[in-house]
Write a protein of this length. Structure first.
Lengths: 262, 372
């Protein structure tokens, strides 16, 4: 062993580095490497040590991690898109055109759209992997249920985002979807049993008070729908999904980490 | 070449495609010992070897490359929003193979009295997160970011004409991940296909760990010890969800009519509407006495069938074929399991009733918007 120290070695024992990364020095000893994880708010989502199969791609497929990573990509690209997009019928479509024609080499919208498709697929594949390894079995059954909720929220996020370009593809896809709400049993004006919710001749469930009306904010897809979906897409659903993600990640640790053979 | 294309068009018709898939499925993913033995005897498990993967990938890729030489195929498959689904098909083949090959390998290890691939001895076989996990994560993120950049530069996001509520496209399709449900709209009314069925799917998924409580096969890939749960899940996931998405995306054209992958989407093609309800089938066609006035009497056949399916069949099965499961699960778990399974099985059953008898609804009470 030579005593020559690299620039990184020198810098990593200085005051600036050690103030940020407690412990100091490039982590080389076993103890230092454990402390890296324990001292980092981000890394300590992980345990310090793992069973050896937990780091193998053929076991994990990395799909859960990728889903979270894509969520971060979507958040960042989404925030950038929010600077340029106005959720009104007057501007929404033209802002889309601007994004594709006025921004040199602009791929933020592509990243956001393809990322959304990719996230749907990675979430599905993550669920597939968890099933195939039997990882939903006790004690992880509740975390599986949380995972199902996260799957639904992912689909809803993608669905609400689908409307925002306000082109033919968008409104007709949402029209197909939101018409379903009008057929909700009891709560949709065209759903079975909607006439049951009435006092005498007064129906509570009508075209202007049913589930579909609540979803799209009117009788037809329009200004209110766009704003409603925009708010759900940018604030409402991300807020909810982050809460469930926190529980999901926390429960992985609390349920004994990655699943292992008994 | 044209003959080959018409053959593919012909066999991709849902009647043939779904039938073939349903017949082949239990031999590839055996739910019981009997199927499992045949699976082994016919060497179907060879699919889960390296050569099997090569074969499946080659056939799929070759089909796509061949298809892309066809104008009609190209115009559907290369639609920007359909590209992820082609990717999904390949990913599904790969990941089904990846999990099944490890499962069969582990089964073999267990048969030989050895421990499974994932077996480890705590604490000796543990590795450190830093650096062993974080560098795998870092490499995955970098590779994936590169992939996302290439995808985003290479394929512009779709933007069609500005929204026009007065002009509906034909066909109007939901986002691709809901097309399995939209396909169900052919066979069920919106209140079921769009609201109740998704609720059943959600409840069913959440119920899985509370119904399949066999501790075997937790934390490692395996098949042999959990044949039934594997087979049921894979049927729901691969066939009822993904195959229907592929049909809904690639094979459903104007007026939601069926079009083969090499067929021109002709919006003027006529489809005879010959579907009739069970009540009409029985009272008008068979008994020739006309529909009864009373709704209850009119819909009695359908209501009876549903009563048998939901109330009688589960009890019968609990006493006979599924006695073991009933004893293991207890009454409440068994009820949830069997009712959800019956409603799941109703999807293909309703498809066949439509194809064989042009049956529209088992129960049709339009007076209360209730058609099933």
């Amino acid at each position: 062993m030579s005593d020559k120290k690299s620039l990184l070695d020198k810098f990593s024992v200085g005051q600036v580095w050690t103030s940020i990364f407690r412990g100091g020095g490039v982590p080389k000893s076993r103890r230092q490497r454990m402390m890296v994880v324990l001292n980092s708010v981000f890394l300590h989502l992980h345990p310090v040590r793992l069973p050896k199969h937990a780091v193998k791609l053929k076991f994990t497929w990395c799909m859960g991690g990728l889903s979270f990573f894509i969520f971060l990509i979507l958040t960042i690209s989404g925030i950038l898109l929010m600077f340029y997009y106005r959720p009104t019928i007057e501007y929404a479509y033209t802002d889309m055109i601007d994004l594709s024609e006025q921004v040199p080499f602009g791929i933020m919208r592509e990243i956001h759209r393809w990322g959304a498709h990719a996230m749907v697929i990675t979430v599905w594949l993550h669920m597939f992997r968890v099933f195939m390894t039997g990882s939903y079995k006790p004690p992880r059954e509740f975390n599986w249920a949380i995972g199902v909720i996260l799957l639904i929220l992912t689909l809803l996020l993608s669905f609400t985002g689908y409307l925002l370009p306000w082109d033919q593809l968008a409104i007709w896809a949402i029209a197909v979807g939101s018409n379903m709400a009008g057929a909700t049993p009891l709560l949709g004006a065209e759903g079975p049993g909607s006439a049951l919710l009435a006092i005498g001749d007064i129906n509570f469930i009508t075209k202007v008070s049913d589930a579909r009306f609540g979803l799209i904010g009117g009788r037809f897809l329009g200004e209110a729908t766009l704003l409603r979906f925009y708010v759900l897409h940018c604030i409402g659903l991300p807020f909810i999904i982050m809460i469930f993600m926190a529980v999901h990640f926390w429960r992985i640790r609390k349920d004994g980490g990655i699943s292992t053979p008994v | 070449m044209e003959d080959f294309k018409s053959l593919i068009n012909y066999i991709s018709n849902p009647t043939i495609l779904v039938t073939a898939v349903i017949i082949i499925f239990p031999f590839v993913f055996p739910p019981t010992n009997w199927f499992y033995k045949i699976n082994k005897r016919l060497n179907i498990d060879k699919l889960w070897t390296g050569k099997g993967l090569l074969l499946m990938t080659f056939v799929t890729v070759a089909f796509f490359i061949f298809g892309l030489t066809d104008y009609n195929f190209r115009s559907i498959v290369l639609k920007p929003d359909n590209v992820p689904i082609s990717g999904l098909i390949l990913l599904l083949i790969f990941f089904t193979w990846l999990s099944m090959s490890q499962a069969y390998k582990n089964d073999q290890l267990v048969d030989q009295g050895e421990s499974v691939d994932e077996y480890y001895e705590a604490p000796n076989d543990k590795v450190l997160v830093w650096p062993d996990l974080v560098y795998v994560e870092l490499i995955s993120l970098i590779l994936f970011s590169a992939f996302m950049l290439i995808w985003s530069i290479g394929l512009p996001a779709p933007l069609e004409q500005p929204a026009n509520p007065a002009e509906s496209p034909n066909p109007a399709k939901a986002p691709w991940y809901f097309l399995g449900l939209q396909e169900m709209l052919v066979y069920f009314d919106p209140w079921y296909a769009g609201v109740v069925l998704p609720t059943f799917i959600i409840i069913g998924l959440m119920a899985i760990p509370y119904i399949d409580r066999d501790p075997n096969g937790s934390g490692y890939y395996s098949y042999k010890d959990r044949k039934l749960s594997m087979s049921l899940y894979l049927f729901g996931w691969l066939i009822l969800w993904n195959v229907l998405i592929v049909i809904g995306t690639f094979l459903r054209g104007p007026n939601w009519g069926f079009f083969g992958p090499f067929e021109y989407w002709d919006s003027h093609r006529l489809e005879a509407l010959t579907n009739i309800n069970l009540s009409e089938l029985i009272f008008v066609k068979w008994l020739e006495i006309g529909l009864p006035q009373s709704i209850l009497l009119r819909e009695a056949p359908g209501l009876l069938i549903m009563f048998i399916l939901v109330a009688v069949l589960p009890v019968l099965l609990a006493k006979t074929a599924l006695k073991k499961y009933y004893n293991d699960l207890g009454a409440s778990r068994y009820s949830i399991f069997i009712v959800l399974t019956i409603f799941g099985a109703l999807l293909p059953v309703k498809m066949y009733l439509r194809w064989l008898f042009n049956l529209k609804y088992l129960i049709s009470i339009p007076e209360y918007f209730f058609n099933f």
